[in-house]
Design a protein around this ligand. Structure first.
Ligand SMILES: Cc1cc2nc3c(=O)[nH]c(=O)nc-3n(C[C@H](O)[C@H](O)[C@H](O)COP(=O)(O)OP(=O)(O)OC[C@H]3O[C@@H](n4cnc5c(N)ncnc54)[C@H](O)[C@@H]3O)c2cc1C
Length: 372
């Protein structure tokens, strides 16, 4: 089921089957001057992206997958086929079943068709890289840029180790310092120039050491290719080691506090190789921490880092997962994030739609009702 069924170019919409890969789809849509904006990096399927509410570098401007799904066809556990949503961009007719299935990680039904929103390919764009003395300074600049009303299409943060890992790829040579990668999309060159100059001024106030703007089309492609590949490069560098991952997200004003907590949590980790990076423009911080040693050392790092950073994200009004989803590993945080009563409602929905627990059993919800 990997077909692009229809393109409604005048409405900025397409109807797709779930096995279609989004990068392949975007190559076809480019002929219409359109693209599907959510970009998890790897060439994910539309079904996987919708089931996970995937997001990525372009979320600050275009939203996550959830914001770009209008309607679904879903096969329920008992074999019934239902349709939800419509092609209207607004609809207030009843319960929003479409967005119940988005992000449900295959636990409530099988998505067999989706109507998605598209965006016009930007007429003008400009990318920049900025080096900072500390990760916290970079995070402060992010919070201030968004607070000032700047609307970057992408705003990524990387610690010095992540920049160092990227420097080995794609003929890259950036200062091995904490960095922001920015991209602006605009209708005119003038609006782009104004946004870039404001971004530069804010970065300067936070001690930016190098602001490289005016990156050309080819260099920009290499920049984003290297950034997207980071999650695949690092496991190759540390082949054989397991890693603790993190995917916390907070409201943008709390992003500097989250970055500071994550940096502090790294101190004193036993025999580990940590990397911090993330989609800072939407308050999303990732970590990959490669652990030497056995299972007990892995658990020690997971508890010392992930539990602490998740607790901080929840305290700051955020979430244990911005885009990777819950799966099995993050079920333990569901009650802390939503409260036991809300988790009971989730169980009630799961039992109503899938009483025999056929669809992705054991995922998303804690094993026992109300279990932490
Ligand atoms: C190293 C790494 C980095 C990642 N980075 C990102 C990132 O930056 N942003 C991001 O959003 N995600 C990220 N992810 C998570 C993952 O890549 C995304 O969720 C991706 O969109 C999944 O697509 P897929 O085609 O690989 O789906 P799959 O792995 O095949 O499926 C993902 C989930 O969706 C369910 N599913 C798939 N198709 C359907 C369907 N038709 N109906 C119902 N359920 C379905 C599956 O059962 C499964 O639970 C990352 C994962 C890894 C391992």
């Amino acid at each position: 089921m990997n077909r692009l069924l229809s393109v409604y170019a005048a409405d900025f919409q397409a109807v797709v089957q779930p096995g279609l890969l989004y990068k392949d789809m975007n190559r076809v849509l480019a002929r219409h001057g359109l693209f599907f904006a959510p970009d998890p990096g790897a060439n994910a399927s539309l079904g996987g992206m919708i089931a996970n509410n995937a997001a990525g570098t372009r979320t600050p401007k275009y939203g996550a997958t959830r914001d770009n799904v209008l309607a679904l066809e879903v096969v329920l556990a008992d074999g019934q086929v239902i349709r939800s949503g419509s092609r209207s961009v607004k609809q207030s007719a009843g319960y929003d079943l479409t967005h119940l299935f988005v992000g449900s990680e295959g636990t409530l039904g099988l998505i067999t068709e989706a109507t998605i929103r598209l965006a016009p390919l930007p007429a003008h764009f400009s990318a920049a890289t900025v080096a900072f003395p500390t990760l916290e300074a970079a995070a402060q600049a992010v919070s201030e840029m968004i607070g000032a009303g700047l609307g970057p299409a992408a705003l990524e943060i990387l610690d010095a180790a992540s920049v160092g890992a990227m420097n080995g790829q794609e003929e890259f040579e950036l200062p091995t310092m904490p960095a922001l990668f920015l991209e602006f999309h605009g209708a005119t060159e003038e609006t782009l120039a104004a946004e870039l100059s404001m971004a530069q001024a804010i970065c300067g106030e936070h001690g930016a050491r190098a602001f490289e703007a005016g990156i050309g089309r080819e260099a920009r492609s290499r920049l984003w290719a290297a950034r997207h590949q980071l999650g695949e490069i690092l496991p190759r560098v540390y082949a054989g080691l397991r890693y603790v991952g993190a995917d916390v997200a907070v409201p943008i004003s709390a992003f500097p506090a989250l970055a500071a907590e994550a940096t502090a949590a790294l101190e004193g980790l036993p025999e580990a190789h940590p990397y911090l990076f993330g989609h800072a423009g939407d308050g999303n911080l990732h970590a990959m921490i490669f652990v030497e040693g056995d299972d007990s050392q892995y658990e020690e790092v997971r508890a010392a880092f992930n539990d602490r950073v998740v607790a901080a994200a929840l305290r700051l009004g955020g979430t244990c997962t911005g885009e990777h989803g819950v799966g099995i590993g993050k079920r333990r945080y569901m009650v802390a994030e939503h409260g036991a009563e809300a988790v009971k409602v989730m169980w009630a929905i799961k039992r109503a739609l899938d009483p025999l627990d056929l669809l992705n059993p054991g995922k998303v919800l804690p094993e026992e009702e109300g279990e932490e």
